[in-house]
Design a protein around this ligand. Structure first.
Ligand code: 4LI
Ligand code: NI
Length: 190
């Protein structure tokens, strides 16, 4: 199982690389990787397990964050985040997106970043995404809200991009044109 010591932090060169496409059908090893990434985000949202194994909570994690430069990530939202989505995305891509943007009003955090970097991170408000599941089936789905934000955050990891690359360095909280803020509820953030 993945724990915090397996997660590489900013400054590690792997986080700045473009990750490799995963070969299909998925090897047993790549399937296991996807399962472990999903297990991490699930465990990290379980109060007891998170405390027991000292896991920092997240809704997403990408393979490069455990120093495996492959195009695969996991997202998990349980009921109490107001969403209900759990997926492993292999070779994911955005096929279309809204003109409208969105951002988390509390800013973004990342399991590979041990400091708070304040500021708005502009993202597309709605995206249509494609990719492959762990069983090698193609999926296509539309996302909005926090899942859309998190998908873009994790996709960035596959391209060597960190969330703070998108923050305006001169004015981190500058009003984002054509954008709606997303407020994560206090109980989700706690
Ligand atoms: C406990 C149990 C305040 C601080 C507000 C916590 C279950 C930050 C916001 C969670 C922040 C869950 C989150 C992300 C932010 C902050 C990610 C807490 C987990 C809130 C998810 C990928 C950006 C995603 C809005 C440093 C690890 N997640 N908060 N950003 N939550 N969570 N991101 N921002 N300050 N990051 O993080 O998984 S997109 Cl679900
Ligand atoms: Ni991240």
């Amino acid at each position: 199982m993945i724990v915090m010591k397996d997660i590489i932090r900013e400054g590690h060169p792997t986080l700045r690389q473009k990750a490799e496409e995963v070969k299909l059908p998925l090897s047993a090893e790549d399937q296991k990787l996807g399962e472990e990434l999903l297990e991490y985000v699930k465990n990290s949202q379980d109060d007891e397990l998170a405390e027991k194994y000292d896991l920092r909570p997240g809704v997403g994690i990408a393979a490069p964050q455990i120093n495996i430069s492959k195009r695969i990530f996991a997202l998990h939202f349980d009921e109490h985040s107001g969403e209900n989505l759990s997926l492993v995305a292999v070779n994911p891509k955005i096929v279309s997106h809204s003109v409208e943007k969105a951002y988390l009003s509390g800013g973004e955090g990342c399991l590979s970043v041990d400091r708070s970097v304040p500021g708005y991170v502009p993202r597309y408000a709605r995206i249509t995404v494609k990719g492959y599941t762990l069983t090698g089936e193609e999926f296509k789905t539309r996302l909005k809200g926090l899942p859309a934000i998190a998908f873009q955050h994790e996709l960035d990891h596959l391209n060597g991009i960190m969330f703070y690359d998108h923050i305006n360095p001169n004015d981190p909280f500058q009003e984002v044109e054509n954008a709606s803020p997303i407020d994560l509820q206090a109980e989700t953030v706690e």
